[in-house]
Ligand binder design. Sequence first.
Ligand SMILES: [Zn+2]
Length: 228
Amino acid sequence: MSKVSCEIVKDMLPLYYDNVCSDDSKRMVEEHLVECDSCKMELDRIQADFKLPKEEIERNNNDGNVIKNISSFWNRSRAKSFIKGGIISALLLSLITLGYFGLFHWHITNVPIDVVEIKDVSEMSDGKIVYYSEINDGYSLNRLKYDMDKEGNFYITPLRPMIKQKAQSLNVLEKGYEFIDIKEQEIFRGEEIKTINYGTPKEKILIWKKGMELPKASEEIENMFDFN
Ligand SMILES: [Zn+2]
């Protein structure tokens, strides 16, 4: 028989099972178990009793981890979708803004020259050339673009947005007198102006050509563009 009694070993078995006893006690229990079937059976019983809870504890732990993982996953994906949402909103907003300006404000579309009427070209006393232009399709103009090529051809190009808007009340751009200050433009561009055209190099109406005699501007027009 063993040096220690079965009673002592059985008292210690739960500690042994939980692996919380000292090395000496552990050795003592193990030595006893080799010889004592009764205590061995008691250990088996303890193992059987504790197995289920232990598994359950482990599963609970895992479940806890799963829940933790899920919640951190949700936090991460919520943060991500928040950022994503922000980026998408910003992109959408800039697209809408770009689209809005592109369609309604950028002056990128040329006006077909067949709806343009140019008349009453005259020369002011200070050399400015005055012309009357009328856009006959009822849509508003946004801007006149001034350009000159290397040959000295000056182009006044009427521009409107891609989505044209009905002219509410025709303003001076659509119907009225405009002037070109040749001297000022020549100084600004450093080149001599040889022709003045309304439109584009492809579609244009000639307003003036070097050497062309123009009638003197009326007093009314002189007063209209007298900025002095
Ligand atoms: Zn025993």
